[in-house]
Design a protein around this ligand. Structure first.
Ligand code: SAM
Length: 236
């Protein structure tokens, strides 16, 4: 998969060279290219923002650098129609389902907004180049799209086949089957007077699977009843 990121703070993404996503890039599974939007600014000061029409606080990102950057990236990627993602607190909320859906795409472009956001016409123009998605990390406001993009790239990247060594570890995780994950324990069996649940030491795999399922349901009911189907959200 190819992922291009446009940002005025490209060094935010240095962390994505580490760990599993770093290895995925080294092995060629993931082609991650981070570019400074200012490369496409056209004045001496490499300006990417200006005052908002109609007045109001803050600055808005100018459309011209975005247009030129998107043109160049889309052209360099050949005939594949990209999915162009603009992180935005005013977008659809990012979930594991979104991550799964985007992990199937061949080419993603992330456009990281700053200031009060990006001139609205950029989204319209981008829709001529590919599928446009405005995606929110959650109902709060960040300073820029970088942290949201990093979270999304990590959640999507780990679903690309070959990125996570043992694919089974993906199946059992929180949100994969609509429930939160069951509690996990490792050695020692007793630590600071806290014992690992007896069931996990029983060696009875069928019973352990049932216990884990019950734990998932209980945890989800307690912490995230909104995830359960309507008739299963009781707090018993
Ligand atoms: N004025 C915008 C609004 O009220 O919708 C917020 C702009 S915010 C300060 C600057 C940038 O941060 C946004 O363009 C977006 O890229 C990013 N951002 C902020 N909160 C976000 C969130 N919850 N999810 C995704 N991106 C976010």
């Amino acid at each position: 998969m190819r992922i291009d990121v446009l940002s005025i703070f490209p060094s935010y993404f240095d962390g994505l060279t580490l760990s599993l996503l770093g290895k995925a890039q080294q092995s060629g599974i993931l082609d991650l290219r981070v570019r400074d939007l200012r490369e496409w600014a056209f004045d001496r000061h490499r300006t990417v923002d200006d005052t908002p029409y109609g007045g109001g606080a803050g600055m808005v990102m100018k459309p011209e650098p975005w247009g030129a950057a998107l043109d160049e990236i889309v052209e360099s990627a050949g005939p594949v129609r990209p999915t162009i993602i603009f992180p935005s607190p005013a977008g659809e909320v990012f979930t594991q389902k979104t991550a799964r859906e985007l992990a199937n795409r061949e080419h993603l472009i992330f456009g990281c907004g700053r200031y009060e956001g990006i001139d609205e016409r950029v989204f319209e123009y981008a829709a001529e180049l590919g599928e446009v998605r405005l995606i929110s990390l959650g109902d709060y406001v960040l300073n820029g799209g970088e942290v949201a993009t990093m979270a999304m790239v990590e959640a999507i990247g780990r679903l690309i086949p070959g990125v996570v060594g043992n694919p089974e570890s993906l199946v059992e995780e929180s949100h994969e089957d609509g429930l939160l994950e069951y509690p996990s324990y490792t050695k020692p069996a007793s630590w600071r007077e806290r014992a690992v649940p007896e069931m996990l030491l029983s060696g009875n795999h069928g019973a352990i699977a049932t216990w884990r399922r019950e734990q998932q349901l209980e945890r989800t009911r307690e912490r995230r009843p909104d995830l359960l189907p309507k008739d299963d959200s009781r707090q018993d």
